[in-house]
Ligand binder design. Structure first.
Ligand code: SF4
Length: 179
């Protein structure tokens, strides 16, 4: 089976995808999300991804929480709305780290769960993934995960397994306090 590295942003976006890919590929989940704020939230989302991986028997690579690096690269874009100019930079950082790790560790394919998000446009994320894949010489698995009933499948998993689902994208600028 081909070695597949799946960047996973959170358990609700990842679970149906991990379930779909785990029998088709030699799958490893990759957790690199330095955009998430505050750290308590980062740890909460990561713990849920770990729980899913353990349950499905899929290994996970846990990267460092490089929030300072993330802050640095989005400097000047703090006031952009979600879906504006800050987001492609945020996607790019995470995709680049995934591709670099895939290359380094001998993975043949990499992908991201990001297009599962309702507000995450595949026509922004997929071209970025393809360009970064080309740069690193690793195949990018192009998909719009929100299609073909996967969002519904994900919602079912979240409900049945009582998985934590956040109410904001991730960064401090998208943060709304839960009611
Ligand atoms: S809104 Fe979401 S995708 Fe956009 S910069 Fe913030 S965390 Fe990244």
């Amino acid at each position: 089976m081909e070695k597949f590295l799946l960047h996973t942003c959170c358990a609700p976006c990842g679970i149906a995808i991990i379930d779909e890919l785990k029998s088709k590929y030699d799958l490893t989940v990759f957790f690199y999300n330095p955009n998430i704020y505050p750290e308590e939230e980062y740890l909460k989302r990561k713990a849920e991804v770990i729980r899913v991986c353990e349950e499905f028997g899929v290994p996970m690579i846990d990267m460092d929480y490089e929030i300072d690096k993330w802050q640095e690269i989005v400097k000047g874009k703090e006031d952009e709305p979600e879906g504006g100019g800050r987001c492609p930079i945020c996607f790019g950082l995470r995709l680049e780290k995934t591709a670099a790790t895939a290359k380094d560790k001998g993975f043949e394919i990499f992908a991201t769960t990001l297009t599962m998000g309702r507000n995450k446009k595949a026509d922004i994320i997929n071209p970025l993934g393809l360009a970064i894949g080309k740069k690193y010489g690793v195949k990018f698995f192009e998909e719009d995960w929100k299609k073909d009933g996967r969002q519904e499948k994900s919602a079912e998993f979240v409900k049945n397994k009582n998985i934590y689902r956040q109410n904001y994208c991730g960064c401090a600028y998208s943060w709304t306090v839960a009611e």
